[in-house]
Design a protein around this ligand. Structure first.
Ligand SMILES: Cc1cc2nc3c(=O)[nH]c(=O)nc-3n(C[C@H](O)[C@H](O)[C@H](O)COP(=O)(O)OP(=O)(O)OC[C@H]3O[C@@H](n4cnc5c(N)ncnc54)[C@H](O)[C@@H]3O)c2cc1C
Length: 436
């Protein structure tokens, strides 16, 4: 438990939304020496978009106003009119209640979406250039107890880094997760329990208006039914439309290996929904299967932790995966503001695990439940739209309206209590993942 005045060395593996937002916060703290290692040579624009909910915005504000600004500088109003009020409208598209609106999620004035590539560029601009290295793919991790650095990493190019703390923000196929849980642990690899296959197309709004009811090019509908739910997101001030169909229980495949979307299976859906399906089915270029993580029994061990999709990848249906990565970053940023000595790292990671694991696991479960509800697979719910309305209302309160200041405070309280009891053993019970 020696003392030191040198900066604490932290390596973040992965420069996605989680890794870069955390680095933006940690790089401001002069008692820390943080470096991000990202595997790709550069982030490419693949046309992917994100719509962040209120909890994501709150988490960014907690890390710093400049992080929130990076988002708002890059995010573009979904609608043609900047201040138009908009919500994600969840509507039944099949069955006796077809056409009924069951939820309006995230209603807000001037609702925005952001190109993932633009948002990453904004976050990157907040991290000093010399603290990020692209083209570094983590290949190996090991730990030692003697000497200054405790955690060692080797990249695929053979170079190494030696640090006090390793934070894995390396996405759904995380090497850090595999190291922490073990490659053979049942929760290590992502799974697609419900066999979800997603089909998507990106078209100009002018083209979309020729093919589908033009009202769906101005709103954010999710049209539900048992053989897939359909959604549309206007992008870039209403000039482009992203439309997709997600099918549960599908034959799985990616890209050219995917089974084509068959519009004839949707003949009992509303006419509007069928027209969107036909438009999506024309584009055979973008289809993939999606998965999530079974719950990890712990997010940290000693001086290593995982965050974001590496820790709790979820199905995309609750629209909260990036938000959860940002919540992780907000808590870690808050805790590392206090860490002055290497021996305090474990207390910080334990406190992070303690507050973030239950909530992020609940979001993974919720995203699965969204999928079942969207597919009419949740017992009797589609027959009772009132039950559906209550489900969505409760989910929105849980995800979007969470008290994130309290989450940070709870983590800090646990950290302080661990540090005060510095003589206690910080071993973890391997069965429960909890500190003992
Ligand atoms: C179709 C779809 C739509 C979505 N829509 C939304 C939405 O609207 N709102 C929302 O909140 N969330 C949404 N999500 C979820 C969101 O995209 C993710 O939860 C979020 O990107 C997770 O961020 P991350 O930084 O943890 O991981 P990632 O974004 O996956 O970043 C991980 C980074 O690590 C790098 N990396 C991987 N392996 C290594 C290695 N070995 N060495 C070094 N670097 C490595 C990768 O190149 C990558 O840059 C959506 C997801 C999908 C699939």
């Amino acid at each position: 438990m020696g003392s030191t005045t040198r900066p604490i060395k932290i390596a973040i593996i992965g420069g996605g939304i989680g890794g870069l937002s955390l680095a933006a916060g940690l790089a401001k703290k002069t008692h820390l020496d943080v470096h991000v290692y990202e595997s790709v040579p550069e982030h490419k624009d693949v046309g992917a978009g994100l719509a962040l909910h209120l909890n994501a915005i709150k988490a960014m504000s907690l890390i710093g106003p400049e992080v929130r600004k990076a988002y708002f500088d890059k995010a573009i109003a979904m609608a043609e009119e900047e201040e138009q009020e908009m919500a994600t409208e969840v509507i039944l598209a099949q069955g006796p209640h077809a056409g009924e609106l069951v939820a309006e999620l995230g209603r807000a004035k001037g609702r925005r979406s952001v190109s993932r590539a633009d948002f990453l560029a904004g976050l990157l601009g907040l991290v000093p250039q010399e603290r990020v290295t692209f083209g570094k793919r983590l290949a190996r991790i090991w730990e030692t107890r003697d000497g200054e650095a405790r955690v060692h990493v080797e990249f695929r190019d053979g170079t190494q880094a030696h640090v006090d703390c390793l934070l894995g923000a390396d996405g759904i196929h995380s090497i850090v997760r595999s190291y922490l849980l073990g490659a053979d642990h049942p929760a290590t690899a992502p799974k697609n329990h419900d066999r979800w296959q997603v089909y998507r197309t990106l078209v100009s709004a002018d083209e979309a208006r020729k093919q589908v009811n033009e009202k769906w090019t101005r709103t954010v509908p999710i049209l539900l039914g048992p053989r897939g739910h359909i959604n549309c997101i206007p992008l870039s001030k209403g000039t482009r439309l992203s439309a997709g169909v997600a099918v549960r229980g599908a034959a799985l495949g990616d890209g050219a290996n995917a089974k084509p979307l068959d519009p004839s299976l949707y003949s009992d859906y509303t006419e509007d929904a069928q027209r969107i399906v036909r438009m999506v089915a024309k584009d055979t270029s973008a289809s993939w299967s999606v998965g999530d993580h079974d719950h990890a029994p712990f997010y940290h061990s000693s001086h290593i932790a995982m965050m974001g999709d590496a820790a709790h990848a979820s199905l995309p249906f609750a629209g909260n995966g990036a938000a959860q990565a940002l919540e992780d970053a907000a808590v870690l940023d808050h805790l590392f503001g206090r860490v002055r000595q290497p021996w305090q790292i474990e207390a910080a990671l334990m406190a992070y695990d303690h507050v973030r694991r239950p909530r992020s696991h609940a979001v993974v479960d919720l995203a699965r439940a969204f999928g079942r509800v969207y597919a009419y697979a949740e017992d009797g719910m589609h027959e009772d739209p009132e039950k559906m309305k209550s489900f969505f209302a409760a989910a929105a309160v849980f995800t979007n309206e969470a008290d994130l200041e309290k989450q940070n405070d709870d983590a800090m309280e646990m950290y302080e209590s661990c540090v005060r009891g510095r003589s206690r053993s910080w071993n973890r019970n391997p069965a429960t993942g909890r500190a003992v």
